[in-house]
Design a protein around this ligand. Structure first.
Ligand code: C2E
Ligand code: MG
Ligand code: MG
Ligand code: MG
Length: 288
C-alpha cells in the first residue's frame, strides 16, 4: 500500500480513492467481454418537432446490463471504454443496432447516434459508417451523428474534413451539449452542423432564471441565422416546453416527451401522447 511506504507520500491512495480505482479496474476487466456476452442494450429517446407535434427522430443511448451491478450508465463506462480503445468496437455495435432499429421499427423517424472523439479519430471512421448503412439498408438521410466539441478541439481541420465527408454522404451532424465546455462560437461558423443541441443545464434553469431564458433565446437566434435546427435536451416540465416553444426552439427532447426505452417497450401511441403534450405547452404559452 502506497499509504505506508514513507513520509513523503501525498496520500494519493485514500480509502475512497482505493474503492474508486478498484471499481474502475473491475469494470474495465468486465468491459472487455461485455460485447461478446451481449450485455449492451440500446435505448431510444424521442426527439419531438414542435411545429409538427410529432416524433421525428430517436436518440440512441447505450446501457450496459452488468450481470452483478445491474444497469450501468454510459457516464460510468464510456470514459473507460475510450481509454482502453474498446469504444471503437462498442461504437460500431451502437451504430449497427441503431440503424437496424431505425430501418425496421421507427415508422419513418430518423435516428441520432452519439459518437466519441476516439471513434471519430479512427482512420476509416467514415468508411465504417458507410459500410454499416449499406449493410443495414438505412438511407443516409435517416442518420444523424451527435458529436461534442471534444471532437473539434486541437484540430488541424481533420475533423472539418470528416464532417464534410459525412455531409456528402447525406448524413447530418449535431453539436451536442452546446453551451457547456468552451463552446466557441467559432465552431458554429467553421463546421457544417445541421443541428445544435442546447445542454440540459440551461433548460433546467429556464423557469427560475431570466438569464437562462436570454441564453436560450440567443442560441435559437443563432441557429436561425446559421440555418441550423435547435433542439432542447432534458425537457422535464410543460412549463419548460412552453417557454422553449415560445422561443422558437425546433425540437424538444426529455423525460416530459419520453424516457429512453428499448424498441420493444415503446408505446404504440407515443405520437398521440406527444401531440397532447405539445398542445398543452401551446395552451400554456398562450397564457404567458
Ligand atoms: P447525451 O448525448 O447528452 O444524452 C442525454 C442524456 O440525458 C442521456 O443520459 C439521457 O438519458 C438524459 N436525459 C434525457 N432526457 C432527460 C431529462 O429530461 N432529464 C434528465 N435528468 N436527463 C435526461 P444517458 O443515457 O445516461 O447518457 C449520458 C451520456 O453518455 C450521453 O449524453 C452521451 O454523451 C453518452 N452516451 C450515451 N450513449 C452513448 C453511445 O452509444 N456512444 C457514446 N460515445 N456515448 C454515449
Ligand atoms: Mg447526445
Ligand atoms: Mg447532450
Ligand atoms: Mg451529455
Amino acid at each position: 500500500h502506497a499509504k505506508n511506504t514513507g513520509r513523503n507520500n501525498y496520500c494519493l491512495f485514500e480509502p475512497g480513492m482505493d474503492a474508486f480505482l478498484e471499481k474502475r479496474r473491475l469494470l474495465e476487466a468486465d468491459l472487455g467481454l461485455a460485447l461478446e456476452r451481449e450485455e449492451f442494450e440500446l435505448h431510444f429517446q424521442p426527439r419531438v418537432s414542435v411545429e409538427q407535434s410529432r416524433i421525428i427522430s430517436y436518440e440512441a443511448l447505450i446501457r450496459w446490463r452488468h450481470p452483478e451491478r445491474g444497469l450501468v450508465s454510459p457516464a460510468d463506462f464510456i470514459p473507460i471504454a475510450e481509454q482502453g480503445g474498446k469504444i471503437v468496437a462498442i461504437g460500431e455495435w451502437v451504430l449497427r443496432t441503431a440503424c437496424l432499429a431505425a430501418q425496421n421499427d421507427f415508422g419513418g423517424a430518423r435516428v441520432s447516434v452519439n459518437v466519441s472523439p476516439v471513434q471519430f479519430r479512427q482512420k476509416n471512421f467514415v468508411e465504417s459508417v458507410a459500410a454499416i448503412l449499406e449493410e443495414t439498408g438505412l438511407a443516409p438521410g435517416q442518420l444523424e451523428i451527435e458529436i461534442t466539441e471534444g471532437v473539434l478541439i486541437d484540430d488541424d481541420n481533420r475533423a472539418g474534413l470528416i464532417l464534410k465527408q459525412f455531409k456528402q454522404l447525406g448524413i447530418t451532424i449535431a453539436l451536442d451539449d452546446f453551451g457547456t465546455g468552451y463552446s466557441s462560437l467559432g465552431y458554429l461558423s467553421r463546421f457544417p452542423f445541421d443541428t445544435i443541441k442546447i445542454d440540459r443545464s440551461f433548460v433546467r434553469e429556464l423557469t427560475s432564471s431570466e438569464n437562462a431564458r436570454a441564453i436560450i433565446n440567443t442560441i435559437v437566434g443563432l441557429g436561425f441565422g446559421l440555418k441550423m435546427k435547435v433542439v432542447a435536451e432534458g425537457v422535464e416540465t410543460v412549463e419548460e416546453a412552453a417557454i422553449l416553444a415560445m422561443s422558437g426552439c425546433n425540437e424538444l427532447q426529455g423525460f416530459l416527451l419520453g424516457r429512453p426505452l428499448p424498441v420493444g417497450e415503446m408505446a404504440p401511441d407515443a405520437d398521440r401522447e406527444v401531440a397532447a403534450i405539445v398542445a398543452q405547452a401551446r395552451d400554456m404559452q398562450a397564457e404567458m
